[in-house]
Ligand binder design. Structure first.
Ligand code: G4P
Length: 528
């Protein structure tokens, strides 16, 4: 039996992030395969097999082949207990990714070797850098023709402003892919394609091996020696401190589909990353080994299972141990409670959790009391974790239900989806919810809203796009009716009836500030 401290020290909690199609699902599956969490890889969503990856369950995800919401999986490997947080693979859902990153201690970034950092991914990857957590890069699909590896590194450095340190180096790509050179062991791990069910049989060679020439294509050995010299001379050295502070990303090359380089990556990843990190609160720093339980809600998901019509709040445990049926204190609700149906989720499979430790993620049944950022602690503790910032929406639409008889469902649906943080809702001051103004960070969120209202709440909606691009909360005391505003500026209120302004341009923002003495505006709201 492990002690309490051992249990915590073997935890690793990371988020996995990538551009759609870069291979995040495939890599996740291969990792789960090592942990024995699934028996067979190849249940990856595939147009051919019409099966869907274990971590992809929402209908719209299946239709579009993108991940919209994040799910959580746990597996054990080599005495470690690893929590993977899947993230949406599209930058329109960067806010969801950011919230998931709040619950992680590190991130794995998967990049398609033939594409590099893609335009659509820049915003998504940047939120990763904003969190200052270790980012480990896996450059995938080396079994396909790839970009020049130096170019790939340059891409990451230029776009993300983070230094790179290749841990291994590829020899060729596509049909000429021969394996990778491990810079620490100074050995070549040669590549043989297999069906990807398990790690390919290992064949290791040193650079001075007489057999090497016959195993490589003409010129590959010289190219490799030249590349390594260049890297050793001009590249960034591996520096664990720099990695842990998020300034340097270790880079691994491999091929998830053929399961090449996945296990060496996993092993090194476990060395590089740390056990759960301390967390800041309103009063003090909370150490994971503290003897009290504490957690915060980073995600709320309604209707995960249509048949159950349930709502699950996901929380990251920050300290102590969770035991089923124990009493906790919900700081924001100021009341004691028992967490109902605590579960750990392996995609669609749910298991009731008997116990969980700092670093773990649990989902609990939420009767509508939790909000994103809420703190749950052992009774007697009186602190709140620092809130999770909300992103300023950049797209707005006026939304109303088609069938006025369905008003109740419409109000319920739109409110629940807003509580999940998937959209932000506003209304005209002093008016009801007849028409709702919806604000989103990425336009795809509108599609998700429409789809979910239709499918989960049985409400058809009419959506009219509004021309606003900027939102500002009014933080000074004033009567909004008295404000002198440009004609294209709109006054709205949020769910707490705080007043805001929607603008079409920066010019109108300046106009408002110049014409209203004492007016102060704030770009970001909070969940608090
Ligand atoms: P995502 O979650 O990041 O969106 O990507 P996913 O793992 O679903 O992979 C996207 C596609 O890329 C899949 O093909 C997958 O098989 C393929 N893929 C993933 N890793 C590798 C790799 O290392 N090498 C190669 N060559 N391909 C890889 P698909 O066309 O969507 O499905 P299927 O036709 O292969 O079934």
């Amino acid at each position: 039996m492990s002690t309490f401290h051992e249990e915590i020290s073997k935890r690793r909690t990371f988020a996995i992030i990538s551009h759609p199609d870069a291979g995040k699902t495939t890599l996740t599956e291969k990792l789960l395969l090592y942990g024995g969490a699934i028996n067979l890889a190849g249940s990856v969503k595939g147009k051919k097999t019409a099966k869907h990856a274990v971590s992809d369950w929402m209908e719209i995800e299946k239709q579009r082949g993108i991940s919209v919401t994040s799910s959580v999986m746990q597996f054990k490997y080599d005495d470690y207990c690893i929590n993977i947080l899947d993230t949406p693979g599209h930058q329109d859902f960067s806010e969801d990714t950011y919230r998931t990153l709040m619950a992680a201690d590190s991130a794995v970034m998967v990049i398609d070797a033939s594409k590099g950092v893609e335009n659509q991914t820049i915003k998504l990857f940047k939120v990763c850098v904003m969190r200052h957590i270790p980012i480990i890069t896996f450059i995938n699909k080396m079994d396909r023709d790839s970009k020049n590896p130096f170019e790939l590194l340059e891409d990451i450095e230029n776009v993300l402003g983070i230094n790179t340190c290749p841990m291994n180096w590829p020899i060729g790509s596509g049909k000429e892919f021969k394996g990778v050179y491990d810079r620490k062991d100074k050995k070549i791990l040669s590549f043989t394609a297999n069906n990807g069910q398990k790690e390919v049989d290992k064949e290791e060679l040193t650079l001075d091996d007489p057999d090497l020439d016959s195993k490589l294509f003409y010129g590959q050995k010289d190219q490799l020696i030249e590349d390594i010299e260049l890297l050793d001379g001009a590249g960034d050295d591996f520096d664990l401190e720099q990695v842990r502070s998020g300034n340097l990303t270790p880079v691994f090359f491999g091929s998830a589909l053929t399961n090449f380089g996945v296990e060496p990556f996993l092993k090194e990843f476990l060395n590089i990353t740390t056990s759960p990190l301390p967390r800041e609160t309103s009063e003090k720093t909370i150490e994971p080994e503290s003897d009290f339980f504490s957690a915060f809600v980073f995600k709320i998901q309604a209707n995960m299972n249509k048949a159950h019509r349930d709502r699950v709040a996901f929380m990251r445990i920050c300290s102590g141990k969770f035991e089923k049926n124990m009493e906790v204190y919900h700081a924001q609700g100021d009341r004691k409670m028992r967490l109902s149906q605590p579960q750990q989720i392996m995609a669609q499979e749910r298991e009731i959790v008997e116990e969980a430790y700092a670093g773990d993620i649990i989902g609990v049944f939420d009767p509508g009391i939790f909000s994103i950022g809420d703190t749950i602690v052992s009774p007697g503790q009186k602190f709140k974790f620092k809130g999770i910032p909300t992103f300023a929406p950049e797209h707005f639409a006026l939304v109303r239900q088609k069938d006025t008889m369905k008003r109740k469902q419409f109000v319920k649906g739109i409110n629940q989806i807003a509580q999940e943080g998937a959209i932000q809702i506003f209304h005209e001051p002093d008016s009801g919810m007849e028409e709702v103004i919806v604000g989103v960070v990425g336009v795809l969120q509108f599609d998700v809203l429409k789809h979910r209202l239709e499918n989960e709440y049985n409400v058809d909606i009419i959506m009219t796009t509004l021309p606003y691009q900027f939102i500002r909360w009014i933080t000074s005391d004033c009567d909004v009716k008295e404000l002198d505003l440009a004609s294209d500026t709109k006054i709205v209120a949020d769910f707490k009836d705080r007043k805001l302004l929607l603008f079409r341009s920066f010019w109108s923002i300046n106009w408002a500030l110049e014409h209203n003495k004492g007016l102060t505006l704030e770009e970001f709201g909070t969940n608090e």
